[in-house]
Write a protein that binds this ligand. Structure first.
Ligand code: ATP
Length: 238
């Protein structure tokens, strides 16, 4: 489970995240939506442990920056950060050793095959296209079988096969009880995936809806998004 309690992040005097509270339960895919400057990336970076913040973030009950939390956490950033001088296979070996993944070779083979990277295993990180780097980043994040997975604009730059495969992987992770948080601008791209939508505006969570709430209320996520965000897309809260 991912639990965010009173998350506040202030850059100089700009409140980029203002007392955010939300939970992503086991077996749930939550999407973090919002216009440019709403504060999504800031929240993602705080959860990933890349920024200092006020409040509490726990991953499977552990503070997000603890070793225990990191063992359970897979993060796929918007911009993949690979080692230029390691091959694709070596990236996976590195992760497998760091996380002590048992039978890692078989698991790595399966992931590489699904991402159509099996014939690229000996290429160096620095020799890969942006989309290929993104695919390696996905394989690395999923190899340790994390219980909480967070993806920032995961579909941008992927080819249609990889998009289809990644969506299927997310559904399988959900089926296995993983908590998944996806940050995106593209409502369409996650339409068939989400269980809970978190809509951010000017540093705050302006609305939270589960799919069943939307269906029961006869709402439409896109219409709800526009009704909440229209006219509020010009930056974070002052
Ligand atoms: N390093 C920083 N220093 C100062 N202000 C920042 C910094 N990073 C982001 N901000 C500000 O914080 C607010 C939230 O930005 P953030 O990048 O989190 O939004 P976002 O929802 O991810 O936007 P986008 O959809 O454009 O990626 C914005 O007003 C932005 O200008």
């Amino acid at each position: 489970m991912l639990q965010v309690t009173d998350l506040t992040k202030i850059y100089n005097r700009l409140v980029a995240n203002d007392h955010l509270n939300f939970t992503v339960n086991p077996g749930e895919i939550a999407v973090l939506l919002g216009p440019n400057g709403a504060g999504k990336s800031t929240a993602i970076k705080c959860i990933a442990g890349l920024l200092r913040f006020q409040g509490n973030i726990t991953i499977c009950g552990h503070p997000n920056k603890s070793v225990e939390a990191k063992k359970e956490f897979g993060y796929i950033p918007e911009m993949p950060a690979l080692f230029e001088a390691l091959t694709v296979r070596e990236h996976l070996e590195f992760i497998a050793r760091a996380y002590k993944v048992e039978n890692w070779e078989k698991k790595a083979d399966a992931l590489l095959e699904r991402m159509e990277l099996d014939d690229k295993q000996n290429k160096l990180g620095g020799e890969l296209s942006k989309g290929m780097q993104q695919k390696v980043s996905i394989c690395c994040a999923l190899l340790p079988a994390p219980k909480v997975v967070m993806l920032d604009e995961p579909l941008v730059g992927l080819d249609p096969h990889a998009i289809k495969e990644l969506k299927q992987m997310l559904l399988e992770l959900r089926q296995n009880g993983c908590s998944i948080l996806v940050s995106t601008h593209m409502l369409d791209s996650v339409e068939e995936l989400w269980d809970k939508a978190l809509i951010m505006v000017q540093g705050k969570i302006a609305a939270v809806r589960t799919r069943s709430e939307i269906e029961a209320n006869g709402e439409d996520l896109e219409q709800l998004f526009f009704s909440i965000t229209e006219g509020a897309s010009d930056g974070g809260a002052a």
